[in-house]
Design a protein around this ligand. Sequence first.
Ligand SMILES: Nc1ncnc2c1ncn2[C@@H]1O[C@H](COP(=O)(O)OP(=O)(O)OP(=O)(O)O)[C@@H](O)[C@H]1O
Length: 729
Amino acid sequence: MPCLASKISKRVLALRAHKRASTLIWALTSGCQLLLLAKAVTVAVAGHEWPWPTPEHLGAVGLVYLYAAIVCSLASLSVLRHSAEALIKGWEEHSVTSRAEVTEPLLEKGAADAGQEGADRRGTITLLLHYSSYDLPLLLLAFSAGAVAALGQALIPFYTGRIIDYASIDPDVGQFEHTIVLLILVSLGCSIFTGIRGGFFTVCMAKLNVRIRTRLFDSLLAQELGYFDCTNTGEITSRLSADTTTVADQICLNLNVALRSLTQAAMVLVFMFDASWRLTIITFISIPCVILLCKVYGEYYRELSKAVQTELANANSVAEEALSSMATVKAHAAETSTRHAYQQRLRAFAVLQLKEALAYGAYAATNTFLPNVVNAVTLFYGGRLVLDGRMSAGALVSFMLYQQSLNSAFQALGDVFSSLSAAVGAADKVIEMIKRVPKVPAPGSLAPSEFSGRVELQNVDFSYPARPSLRVLNGVSLQINPGEVVALVGPSGGGKSSIVKLVERFYLPSNGLVLLDGRDVGVYDPHWLRRRVALVSQEPVLYARSVRRNILYGLEEDDGEAPGSVPSPDEVEQAARLANAHSFISDWPQGYETDCGEKGTTISGGQRQRLAIARALVRRPSVLLLDEATSALDADSEAVVQEALDRLMKEHTVLVIAHRLSTVMNADRIVVVAEGAVQAVGTHEALLEAGGLYANLVRKQLAGSAAGSSASLRAVTSSASLQPFSPSL
Ligand SMILES: Nc1ncnc2c1ncn2[C@@H]1O[C@H](COP(=O)(O)OP(=O)(O)OP(=O)(O)O)[C@@H](O)[C@H]1O
């Protein structure tokens, strides 16, 4: 605790220092602002002139001030953000250290909660600013180009007014032509700088998109398996694709438009005050209404866009589910119901979009009407000033052009507000996912050189996060000694695979301990662990890469393996031979370089299973977890793979689940698991003699095997969920 206190107090001191610097910068920029405002008011009200800045210099002073203000604001914001982050990081580091110090898994929960608190402190906007700040130099260049372009925009009405005066009120051909040339040059400069600003912002947009997606993907990879049980894949892909694009595109685009409009508005205001303070004040009549309108509409739109994103994600889940299992959809002629489900979700999405459209329509109408009213009032009052000789006609034209420019800037700002609200709505969801702290605490880093391979479950209770009310394991205790082969048998749904998942630390037990060599499974380094404990599951998944790389999955240099510890091609081949996969791989023209296709779809189920066995064997593990590893093999392949597994079983600690009792009858011990509890433990002979559930299962299989007919086989497999007994039993 004292360690945390000193860390925090150091960070607080640093934060205070940064805060002081930031306050100073703000004070300077505000002072500058006040000076300019006072100048504008004095000139407008009393006609009094200060020696400097003179009206001619006012535009240039405004530009310098504005540029300095933007740069200083960004700098101080960045300083503040870094300090705040450092403070939060200090807290999080402490939480992580605390977690590492705790060895008991149940105690880790509290620390994980502390991490969650730390992460929660970062709001959506702060995090987005943080992600954008990596491109600060580019953004500054874009702002600079934008500021120059805005000055050009403000000068165009000014020169237009002058040209009208030189052409009609106070004719002067020389000045007229000179001003025309100036106008063309200013327009040219303005377009060039507008292009530069847009280009830089587009680059920033692309970079932000990549950054947000990477962060989100990192966060998803760190989540525990239970999270994916409880979250739709469609929702996740929606966040990863549509939402991240909305966030990055909208935020950069709107930031671009907002800065352009703000700069433009500020520039134009300086010129407007200079031209006529009375008319400027009239222009401001509508501003409180516009601000109120933007606020109300922005909040409504933000909520609405969150709902739109949710509905879109729901529709995506339906499509995703159907597209990823097209064979099942077609086999059951479920196209119509699938289409109906998708359409229903889209309908809900469309209703929300309609609401969005209505809200936008009302907002756009009001936002267009207000400036037009102000225009009419300005023309009325400005016309009277011209008639009274208190203003030139050219100046009034300039003023009207300024006003239009100001209106378009405010309108653009209003649009930015609504788009940003939508982007922040989408961002909320993306950031929520990025910030999610996994419920399974981060694994440890223990990588002992000696590992005997003793697996132990002590009084384990377990429920899946997706179905917390259903207790899947109830006080299960089990010990598998080094070199021992333990088989789990029992009826379907009894909890056998769940035991394997807990040993793999895919989930945490709600009570009790899962130990490897006497230590909690969570304290080991995951890379080390996956080499010592290898799993062959019921439904192995292959990826769209070569056979060799599929066997090496998780063991390549990209996975953090030292070049020397990546298994050699010979080792890959040896593992494939042991798994009876080498012969069919060699038959393919490209051999080990053959691409397996997406999810291994170009490879048969039996071949997939053998590649998965090779994948486990290439790790040379101490503990093998075989969850129905031979279930998809034909009789010939099974015999060969079984022989290989039998050989391996002599050298490893093995936990095997198999419905084919021939696989398990030679095990050192057989554990009968039913209804989430260990019902009996013993050798094949002892359990047969005891005459319990195991003897029952064996009898059923024998009966099925003897009957031989397909009808009786079906009856046996469906009643006890067992495969027909192998002739070897
Ligand atoms: N991811 C999950 N989320 C929620 N419940 C689950 C999940 N996986 C399994 N279950 C439930 O947990 C219980 C035990 O399942 P488990 O897969 O451990 O049984 P099993 O004995 O291995 O069955 P089988 O022999 O059919 O593979 C079942 O009721 C199952 O429906």
